[in-house]
Design a protein around this ligand. Sequence first.
Ligand code: GLN
Length: 228
Amino acid sequence: MLTGCGKSDDVLVVGTNASFPPFEYVGGVSGDEIKGFDIDLARQIAKDAGKTLKVENMKFDSLIVALNAGKVDLIASGMTITAERQASVNFSDPYYEATQVVLVNRDNTSIKSVDDLKGKHIAVQLGSTGDIMAKSYSQEVTAFNTGFEAIMELKNAKVDLVLFDSEPAASFLDKNPGLKMVELDFDPEFYGFAVTKEKVELLHSINSTLTTMKHNGEYDALVAKHMK
Ligand code: GLN
């Protein structure tokens, strides 16, 4: 059944930025399928709500705007629950604990503590928690639409380091042996699915799917499938 705005009632539209492996990335045999941990969770959320999942890939920085404009029903994009974002959206229960890490070129030994970030040229993903944090350490911060582009800049030695979430950083490291990860004393971050303030029922449904999946082993199975 179609509603007035042309969106089907039996489709759950999830907004994501598919450049954040293993949570969301473009891959598969066809090379244009969006896959990942978040997408598998979102598929179960849709199934439990009696809907089929449709994935909309967009810039990370556009996700909350798209949500509040009604273009997507929820955000599943490794999005950290922050007080600032909670002012404009509601988050589900936390579903994954992460942290920021530093990526540098393999021969760089200059970063040993958070203090060493001061004044460094840092590349980040636009609008990410890494972006916000980097600005608290340095005035020289360059933001890119994807973490991948930030890492390219590091490989080309145009920046000193990349500040990025731990799991995608590890995933990019696999393909870039010239880089290494430095783990510093950063606070943990918790990822949540975001919905508009109005969609209280959907929020309950997401939380109930998460609770069920944590109890029946499906959540752990997805961790085993996607994380190293
Ligand atoms: N967890 C980070 C944030 O919420 C980065 C998420 C992402 O780039 N997909 O800002």
